[in-house]
Each structure stands twice: as C-alpha cells, then as structure tokens.
Ligand binder design. Structure first.
Ligand code: ZN
Ligand code: ZN
Length: 403
C-alpha cells in the first residue's frame, strides 16, 4: 500500500477541485446538452462529436473512429516521457424511448471534466492520459469491440464512474451471453391439414418449459431470461418459424459457459420433440467485472473527503452486466457508483432519466468528476499506488477472483 503522506493526496484533490470548479458551468451545460439529445448505441454521432470538440478545445489530440467504430474516439495528452498510461472511459449512448435513463450523459461529462482538470492542473512530468470514447454500452458491447481492435493496448489502468441508487465503489457485475434461437417447422392449415405441419412455436414453448425445469438445478445467482421474438403469423397457420432470444448470466464466465450448453441442449431437445430444426446465433460474451480494490478504495477516499459516504454493495442481487467486465479482465479498472436517486429507484426507468438531468444528478456528477480526477492524479504521482494496483490485479487474476 501507499506510504505517501495523505496531504499529497489532499493536494492533488484540491487542485482537481479547483480546476473542476472553474469549469463547472460549462460541464453542467455539457451534461444537460447530451441529456437533451439522446442517441442510441452506435448512433451517438452528435454526442461523440461534442466530446471530441471539447477535448480538442482542451488541448487533447483526438483520433476519431478508433477501433473502426464511427462513434468511438481516443483523446491523448502526454505529460512527459515514460510513466503510466491511464484511460478515462466515456460512455454516451442512451436507451430506446427512455433517453438517458442510464445516465451516460453524466459518465461522459465526468470523463471530460476529469480529463480537462488533469490536463490543466496536474503537475506531472511523465505519463500519458487518454479519454477513450466507448460507444454502445447498452447491448452493443462497444468496449469488447474496442478491446478486440487493440484500442486498450498499453493502458495501465482504466477509470470510469456510473450513476446509481447507492454510492459504492466495490461492486461486481455478471458475466453474460446472448443467444438468439431459431426454430424451423413446416406450415400447414392449422385445422384442415394439421397432420402435414411441424409446429415451430411448440418447439419454442417447449424450450421455455425445459429451461424452467432447469432452474431448480442451477447455482445461486444464475439468471436465464428470454422472450419469444417471433411466434407465428396467424392462428390458422401452423407456425413454420419461431424465434426466441435469451440472456444467460452468472457471476462467473465458466458457469455461463456451462449453462449455455444446458440451455442449448434444452432447445435441441425441444426441437427434436416436435420434429423442428434448430439453429442459433450468439452475441458478444460479456465477462464478469473484476474490481481493482486499491484503486476503488482510493476513489472512495476521494468521495468521502468530499462528504459523500461510501456504502458496501448489497450481498446478493441487484446486478446486471456490462462490457466494462471485459476491460476489467485485461487491465486494472474501476466502475464505482455514485448515487443520484434514492435506493429503490432503478436505472432504465423514466425516473432515472429525469434524475440524470436533475440537481441530484449534477451533484453526483461533480463528486464523481473530482474523485475520478483525484484518483488519476494519485496514480500519476504515486508509484506505490501503481504497484498496489498492479499487484491486486495479478493476484486476483491467478486466483480467478471477482470482487
Ligand atoms: Zn444501462
Ligand atoms: Zn449504464
């Protein structure tokens, strides 16, 4: 652990607080502007352009279209030769119908605000600061695509925050995989010649029943949830095609891989039972989230120093999945939460969307922006913290642990 005196951390935070305070009216306006112009995954052109312009204006060199994704970017500033390469991650996609109901306008603005503060007020003579613009967190797996394209190569640590209902810095997320199931039968007149038909919808319904029979015999914290996305075209036609979409999640990727086999076996068996043919395709596999504890603790310290108490995460439940999990498996990373709504209010709701542009949302944004900037500043200036962060990452990798 760090042996540096705490006054140095306080000095870093005070510098960041001053810089962020000076830019605050602009940052608030930026967050509200993104909120007023929500864009869906992979279509975040206006939001990405606004971030790119703001970062260029602050002296960053920006590569637009990073990793081959139109709405991704990497902004860079080098303080000096050598030193760590740190990335602040910005998300800026919104949700269909609901707008910024996951508060990604605040995530993007925090990355921008922290980057500006570090660029202008950090006294560092080594290291490089990146802002990585990550499209399509909501179902598109943008960070997975950026990882595969090598955009995170050479990054020593990645930091972001997410608005939530509880301020907490150590919080896992589930590994997940998405499967689209396709059942092919044979159409026939449902009353006049049913003996000639093969009912693809029956195969689909049997799949749901077989999966429900699995539920008693899976590990705790398994989540398997699906919908029928196509169930036939008319009640007097034996459905020749049916389609279901499923998500399978668990705290550990290996468990998701094992469950995937059982779910596919259920679908194959159901198709065989009625004589239908089964095919499937799979979306990107999301890894479980690994929290870097020394880094999360430092972020917590900078929140508490601003008067925001940090709580422990609930023991079970309340977790989803994110493409951030894949990032956290390959480099030290944190994804802490800062409360902008009371506990019991969920993200992906109209209430959360309203909160992302409310005084409570902007308060959370300011706390998070300062904590992000101060934590990154400490990483640049404290070799001991970087060592602790690296050691924690290596230890949890060999232990296969997820916090
Ligand atoms: Zn979301
Ligand atoms: Zn989100």
């Amino acid at each position: 652990m760090s042996v540096r005196p705490i006054p140095e951390r306080d000095a870093n935070r005070a510098r960041m607080e001053a810089a962020i305070g000076a830019a605050w009216p602009e940052l608030e306006a930026f967050a509200l502007d993104l909120h007023a112009h929500p864009e869906l995954a992979f279509e975040e052109r206006r939001s990405a352009a606004a971030l790119v312009a703001a970062l260029e204006g602050a002296g960053f060199e920006v590569e637009v279209g990073a990793g081959g994704l139109d709405t991704a970017f990497v902004a860079r500033h080098r303080f000096g030769p050598g030193g760590p390469r740190l990335a602040l991650l910005a998300e800026y996609d919104a949700l269909p119908q609901l707008g910024h109901a996951c508060g990604h306008n605040l995530i993007a603005t925090a990355a921008l605000g922290a980057a500006r503060a570090l660029r202008s007020a950090l006294a560092a003579d080594a290291g490089e600061l990146l802002v990585i613009g990550c499209p399509a967190e909501e179902g598109g797996g943008g960070k997975i695509l950026l990882l595969e394209a090598g955009v995170f190569a050479g990054v020593d640590a990645a930091l972001m925050f997410h608005p939530g209902a509880r301020t907490m810095t150590i919080r896992g997320a589930l590994a997940a995989t998405r499967i689209t199931m396709r059942f092919y039968g044979k159409a026939a007149h449902a009353a006049g010649a049913p003996e000639l038909g093969i009912n693809a919808l029956d195969a689909c319904i049997l799949t749901f029943n077989a999966i429900n029979a699995l539920r008693q015999h899976v590990k705790d914290e398994t989540r398997i949830h699906g919908i029928i996305s196509h169930g036939g075209s008319a009640p007097n036609i034996v459905p020749e095609y049916a389609e279901a979409k499923f998500l399978i999640r668990h705290r550990r990727s290996e468990e998701v891989a094992a469950l995937r086999e059982r779910v596919l076996a259920a679908a194959r068996g159901a198709a065989a039972a009625v004589g239908a043919r089964f095919e499937f395709d799979e979306g990107l596999a999301y890894s479980e989230r690994k929290v870097n504890v020394p880094l999360a603790n430092r972020f917590a310290e900078h929140l508490e120093a601003q008067g925001e108490p940090v709580k422990a995460a609930p023991a079970v439940g309340g977790v989803g999945s994110s493409d951030f999990g894949n990032v956290s498996q390959v480099l030290p990373a944190i994804h802490p939460y800062v409360a902008i709504v009371p506990e019991g209010v969920s993200a992906h709701t109209p209430d959360f969307a309203a909160a992302a542009a409310s005084p409570a949302g902007l308060r959370g944004l300011r706390l998070a922006t300062v904590a992000l900037a101060a934590t990154a500043a400490d990483l640049f200036t404290e070799p001991e913290l970087r060592e602790a962060v690296r050691a924690d990452f290596e230890a949890t990798r060999t232990a296969g642990g997820t916090t």
